[in-house]
Design a protein around this ligand. Structure first.
Ligand code: PNS
Length: 159
């Protein structure tokens, strides 16, 4: 059984993330969306809130589950029988960092990384951009699912 992980902060999840997750789910028996518990990074949503939102977004994908982890990603992969990390590549600006991480993770543990080209519609999209737009009352409904849009409106209050 081939198991992959789509890791990230997902604060919050966007249509860009979901596009990668859906496409990855067509190539693996199981895909785990792993939400990083990052105590050093301030977040808009708590990890349990993010997990709940993501579960709602992927409820129609039977081979996708949601989890959280802290520490090294490759340790999470080893403990959960995951052979492959799948990440989206939006633009060349993502490339240096992702290549470094992929090479490090391969050398450290043998876990493979597959970098999937983001659909052009989402190449500009990031959770940070969504949060900034929402903070100033911008319309982010084309960038995030409806349940996430509702949650972000309640959280930032369109300020
Ligand atoms: O959504 P993000 O914030 O861009 O996700 C980044 C993430 C979580 C994928 C990245 O920070 C990560 O893989 N962290 C795991 C920690 C790790 O294994 N680091 C290895 C290099 S020191």
């Amino acid at each position: 059984m081939k198991r992959a992980v789509c890791p990230g902060s997902f604060d919050p999840i966007t249509f860009g993330h979901l596009d990668i997750i859906k496409r990855a789910s067509a190539h693996f028996d199981h895909v785990v969306i792993a939400v990083l518990e990052n105590r050093t990074k301030s977040s808009l949503f708590s990890v349990p809130e993010r997990i709940e939102m993501i579960r709602e977004c992927v409820k129609d994908l039977p081979n996708v589950s949601v989890d959280s982890w802290s520490g090294l990603l490759v340790d999470y992969c080893k403990s959960n029988d995951i052979t492959t990390i799948v990440k989206g590549l939006r633009a060349v600006t993502d490339f240096d960092y992702e290549l470094q991480m992929a090479q490090l993770n391969l050398q450290a543990s043998g876990v493979e990384t597959m970098l999937m080209a983001t659909a052009p519609t989402y190449s500009f999209l990031s959770s940070s951009i969504v949060k900034e737009l929402a903070h100033y009352g911008g319309d982010v409904s084309s960038m995030i699912p409806a349940n996430v849009n509702t949650a972000i409106k309640l959280r930032v209050g369109g300020k």
